[in-house]
Design a protein around this ligand. Structure first.
Ligand SMILES: Cc1cc2nc3c(=O)[nH]c(=O)nc-3n(C[C@H](O)[C@H](O)[C@H](O)COP(=O)(O)OP(=O)(O)OC[C@H]3O[C@@H](n4cnc5c(N)ncnc54)[C@H](O)[C@@H]3O)c2cc1C
Length: 249
C-alpha cells in the first residue's frame, strides 16, 4: 500500500492473463499476473493498450477490482459495451495465458486509504468496480468504518459480484448494499425500476450529519446526477469524490 501511494513514473508492463471468470453474461473479470507490480490503492485504475500487427493501437482505462493486498495479481472487470472496440476484445477474444500491456496504477484522488470516516459508495453499472476494491480492502483489514453501497444496475442479472456482495453483507454487520434497478426488479421487490433520484438517496443514503466520505463512480450522467442530489441534500462537496467512465448509462 505504502509503495503504491508514492507517485512514480508510469511505465508499460506486459501482464499475463492468469485466469478469468464471467461475472454476468456480458462482464468478465481478468486476473492478471503483473511483473514488478508496485501495489495499488483501492479506487485506482490502469491503462490498457492493445496493439494490432499493423501497429494500430487503442488504449482504455480500467479500474482495479482487487484489494491492495493481492500481491502481484491485478483484477479488472470489463463490461462489454455494444460495438466497443476494446471491451469486446477483452471479454471475447483475449485468452488465459495471453499477454496484455498495461500501465499503472493511475490516480491519487479517487482512492480509499482506510480512513476512519464512514463511507458511502454510489456505483452505476460497471462503476461498481473500484468500489468493490474498496469493499474488499476494508474486509481484508477488518475495517470497522461503516460502509454502504448504493448500486444502480439495469436488472438483477446484471449485478457484478452478486454472490460475493451477498456473502459479505451477511458476514459483516458494518457493510450494507441497496440495489437501485433501472430496468427490471426481482419478484416482490418493493420499488419500481427507475434511475436514482432524491427519494433513493434520501432514503438509502446516509444523512449529511453522518459526514461520510462519498465515492461516486459510473457513466457521466449517473455521476453528475448523484453528486448534485447529495449536495442538494446537504452533503459537503469536499467529501464527495467522483470518477466518470464516459459513455451513456
Ligand atoms: C478511469 C476509468 C475507469 C474505467 N473503469 C472501467 C471498468 O472497471 N470496467 C469497465 O467495463 N469500463 C471501465 N471504464 C470504461 C472503459 O475505459 C471504456 O470506455 C469501455 O470499456 C468502452 O471501451 P470500448 O473500446 O469497448 O468502446 P468504444 O469503442 O470506445 O465505444 C463504443 C461505443 O460505446 C460508447 N461507450 C464508450 N464508453 C462507454 C461506457 N463506459 N459506457 C457506455 N458506453 C460507452 C461509445 O460512446 C461508443 O458509442 C473506465 C473508464 C475510465 C475513464
Amino acid at each position: 500500500m505504502a509503495r503504491a501511494a508514492l507517485p512514480g513514473r508510469l511505465r508499460w508492463r506486459v501482464a499475463t492473463v492468469a485466469e478469468s471468470r464471467w461475472e454476468t453474461s456480458s462482464a468478465r473479470t481478468l486476473v492478471l499476473d503483473v511483473p514488478d507490480w508496485p501495489g495499488h490503492l483501492p479506487g485506482q485504475h490502469v491503462d490498457v493498450r492493445l496493439t494490432a500487427p499493423d501497429g494500430y493501437s487503442a488504449q482504455r482505462s480500467y479500474s482495479i477490482a482487487s484489494s491492495w493486498t493481492d500481491g502481484g495479481k491485478v483484477e479488472l472487470t470489463v463490461q462489454r459495451v455494444e460495438d466497443g472496440e476494446v471491451s469486446s476484445y477483452l471479454d471475447d477474444t483475449l485468452e488465459v495465458g495471453q499477454p496484455i500491456e498495461l500501465r499503472g496504477p493511475v490516480g491519487g484522488w479517487f482512492v480509499w486509504r482506510n480512513d476512519p470516516a464512514p463511507v458511502l459508495l454510489l456505483g452505476g453499472g460497471s462503476g461498481v468496480v473500484p468500489l468493490m476494491s474498496m469493499i474488499r480492502a476494508r474486509g481484508d483489514v477488518r475495517g470497522k468504518q461503516p460502509f454502504r453501497l448504493i448500486y444502480s444496475v439495469r436488472t438483477p442479472q446484471d449485478v457484478l459480484y452478486a454472490d460475493e456482495l451477498k456473502r459479505r453483507v451477511r458476514d459483516d454487520p458494518g457493510l450494507d448494499v441497496h440495489f437501485a434497478y433501472t430496468r427490471a426488479v426481482p419478484d416482490g421487490w418493493p420499488e419500481k425500476p427507475g434511475r436514482i433520484n432524491v427519494p433513493t438517496l434520501n432514503t438509502h443514503g446516509w444523512p449529511p450529519d453522518f459526514a461520510p466520505d462519498v465515492f461516486i463512480c459510473g457513466p457521466t450522467p449517473f455521476v453528475e446526477t448523484a453528486a448534485d442530489i447529495l449536495v442538494a441534500l446537504g452533503h459537503d462537496p469536499k467529501k464527495i469524490r467522483t470518477e466518470r467512465f464516459g459513455g451513456t448509462p
